[in-house]
Ligand binder design. Structure first.
Ligand code: KMH
Ligand code: ZN
Length: 274
């Protein structure tokens, strides 16, 4: 029997602007409202990026603190902070947030072209991020944008820097990284170490097909405005919750159940399996 589906809502990202969509949450208050609404719709993990009030990406710890506290006041959802930040940020900036000891944080295990930029993650940086997460007991979600990054993550397990089983986010469709083809998704899944859990995130118009494939393959799903701002061709998604609701409908039609935040904690090994 398939595990219940863990839905991650990636509510804002670092790159999406108000010019692209008026619905992207920016301030801690807006981000928390979007997170709580997405959780009520069925998301059990919220992946979040901090922003300054003018919309610029920031990794400022105090902004993250406010976001987490505002979400916590009204929801039991898992808050997963970004350590990716935006292209060009220093390792020091990106890791500041780990000392808040959030429940979860992303850990990208390789360097990749990211549109016109380069998302830089040297081995030294990856090891340092992993050590800090271990120190603060933060559960890493291993973000892989290409298949070689899976082998890098296994290398970190062998060095004793990451715990096994790992939880992966397989991101497909970033320009410059692995394209969003179902065959690539299947190859990535087949390349994961035994016992891993995984979620899949398709970028742009691939969000829905990749989510549908992940539901069928027994993985988990990430949707949200960070990865895709449209509900359908030419029609903006009016909220993160709207994208989550569609995944919930599809999943139930197929006969799979949706995980609550506490069930998701067990599935992705934040708390021990019972
Ligand atoms: N903004 C991207 C450069 C993460 O959150 O860890 C990196 C990113 C990954 O979004
Ligand atoms: Zn992100």
């Amino acid at each position: 029997m398939m595990q219940k589906l863990v839905i991650t809502a990636a509510v804002n990202g670092a790159e999406v602007t108000r010019e692209q969509t008026p619905y992207v949450p920016i301030t801690p208050k807006e981000i928390a409202a979007a997170a709580i609404e997405a959780a009520a719709a069925g998301a059990s993990i919220i992946h979040v990026h901090a922003r300054q009030d003018d919309g610029t990406a920031t990794q400022n710890k105090e902004v993250y603190r406010e976001i987490i506290e505002r979400i916590r006041e009204n929801s039991n959802v898992i808050v997963q902070v970004s350590t990716g930040g935006s292209v060009g940020m220093t390792a020091q900036e990106r890791t500041e947030v780990i000392s808040l000891a959030p429940e979860m944080a992303t850990l990208s295990t390789g360097t990749v072209n990211f549109g016109a930029g380069v998302f830089y993650n040297s081995l030294e940086m990856i090891c340092d991020f992993a050590i800090r997460m271990k120190q603060y007991q933060v559960r890493p979600e291993i973000e892989v944008f290409d298949v070689g990054m899976i082998a890098n993550a296994v290398d970190l397990v062998n060095r004793g820097l990451l715990a096994s089983p790992m939880h992966f986010d397989l991101v497909l469709g970033v320009p410059g990284a692995i394209p969003a083809e179902i065959s690539h998704l299947m190859h990535m899944v087949a390349s994961l170490p035994c016992g891993s859990t995984w979620t899949a995130a398709g970028i742009g118009r691939s969000q829905l097909p990749i989510a549908t494939a992940a539901i069928l393959l027994g993985g988990h799903v990430r949707v949200g405005l960070e990865d895709n701002i449209y509900y359908s061709k030419g029609r903006l998604a009016v909220s993160n919750a709207e994208l989550v609701e569609r995944v919930v409908r599809l999943t139930k039609e197929i006969g799979r159940d949706i995980a609550t935040p506490d069930e998701a904690r067990r599935i992705v090994s934040i708390s021990p399996c019972t």
